[in-house]
Design a binder for this molecule. Structure first.
Ligand code: FUB
Length: 361
């Protein structure tokens, strides 16, 4: 494994500009997980470590906006201090299975006047001839905010706005554009994502460290705000996205197999809105469906069983008449903080429910 890490580092240096690799050639990690299970999919790239993949099809090509993991010195903790990412690099491919290009740095933390550290899970959108990169980072006070940067190319380089999006907070932006052209940002994450510190509406630096710690109360919900036409500001104050159980009651904080933790994603299938997210410390990707982008959403089940590694974060996108689940695990490194993006096909049952995927064969 040490040799593999040295090889990855060497190829990262060689690939300072742009590299292309076929996914089948990227399978340099252990063939099986530490407990002997065979992986369902292989890493999309091995030149760099990547996670939190937000995939989009722009002009017929698949682009993946991912976190760029690095090996920093900070010990692991419950607040994710060990995720010390500093920049973003876009991946792209013609279609799933085709060679993958690792593009040069699209945005670096040093270019963002308000950001200090921890460039976490990003997303992107395209509107009116401009590509928008949305990204969370801690500001100089250690508070997560969400920034926006623009480019005339889907791979950047992106130019950041000097301030974060007004009214934004917490992490994991996901921007969804509906059939009528209206765009919405979903965001939020508990524990290290700080959503619990905003429970009163203002940031409480000394508030609960991880979540509300009220297992019998409704869980914290992801936030939604409609974007204005310029795609750089919210046109309304962020509001809660309700996630309900089969009886129509809010999912409770103690229901850790089903409650929202982080990594919200929205897609539309056969006219229904599918809100998917990570349950964090129970390591599932799950989903809920509704009839409006605002919800409410009713919990439906699991999309992905736990991957190898602590985090699980995904996106769902259609290309070539098939639906794809992008996710990540730690196959290449065996370390929580050094993840690698993967993809597999996602399928629906005739009633619109999603078939649960195991990340192992
Ligand atoms: O990659 C850093 C953080 O870990 C992301 O923002 C979360 O979704 C989790 O994957």
């Amino acid at each position: 494994m040490k040799l593999l890490r040295a090889a990855v580092l060497a190829s990262t240096i060689l690939c300072a500009a742009a590299c292309t690799s076929a996914p089948e050639q990227a399978a340099e990690g252990e063939a099986r997980s530490s407990d002997g299970r065979e992986y369902l999919s292989q890493p999309l790239v091995s030149e760099i470590y990547t996670a939190d993949p937000s995939a989009h099809v722009f002009d017929g090509r698949m682009y993946i906006y991912a976190s760029h993991d690095i090996d920093g010195p900070t010990p692991e903790d419950d607040l994710g201090s060990h995720f010390e990412m500093r920049d973003y690099r876009v991946l792209s491919m013609d279609r799933v299975g085709a060679p993958v290009t690792v593009h040069p740095v699209a945005l670096d933390v040093d270019q963002v006047p308000w950001a200090a550290r921890q460039m976490w899970a990003p997303d992107a959108a395209f509107k009116n001839g401009t590509y928008y990169l949305y990204f969370p980072a801690k500001d100089k006070q250690g508070v997560f905010r969400i920034g926006v940067a623009t480019s005339d190319s889907p791979t950047g380089p992106f130019t950041p706005d000097p301030q974060p999006i007004p009214g934004s907070f917490s992490i994991d932006p996901a921007v969804f554009t509906d059939d009528d052209g209206a765009s919405y940002m979903y965001f939020g994450g508990i524990w290290g994502g700080q959503l619990q510190r905003w429970a009163t509406g203002n940031y409480q630096a000394n508030g609960s460290k991880t979540d509300l710690e009220q297992p019998d109360q409704p869980a914290l919900m992801p936030k939604i705000a409609r974007m204005d036409g310029g795609m750089k500001t919210f046109s309304e104050a962020p509001r809660d996205v309700q996630i309900l159980d089969e009886a129509g009651k809010p999912i409770l904080g103690g229901d850790t197999d089903r409650r929202f933790f982080e990594a919200a994603w929205m897609h539309k299938y056969n006219g229904k809105y599918y809100l998917s997210y990570s349950t964090g410390d129970t390591h599932y990707l799950v989903y809920a469906t509704g009839d409006s982008p605002y919800g409410p959403f009713t919990y439906r089940g699991r999309i992905l069983e736990p991957v190898e590694g602590w985090t699980t974060h995904h996106s769902i996108v259609e290309q070539g008449g098939k639906w794809w689940l992008f996710y990540a695990d730690t196959q290449l490194s065996g370390q929580t903080r050094l993840r690698n993006v993967k993809v597999t096909e996602l399928t629906y049952n005739p009633d619109g429910t999603i078939r649960t995927i195991s990340p192992f064969k």
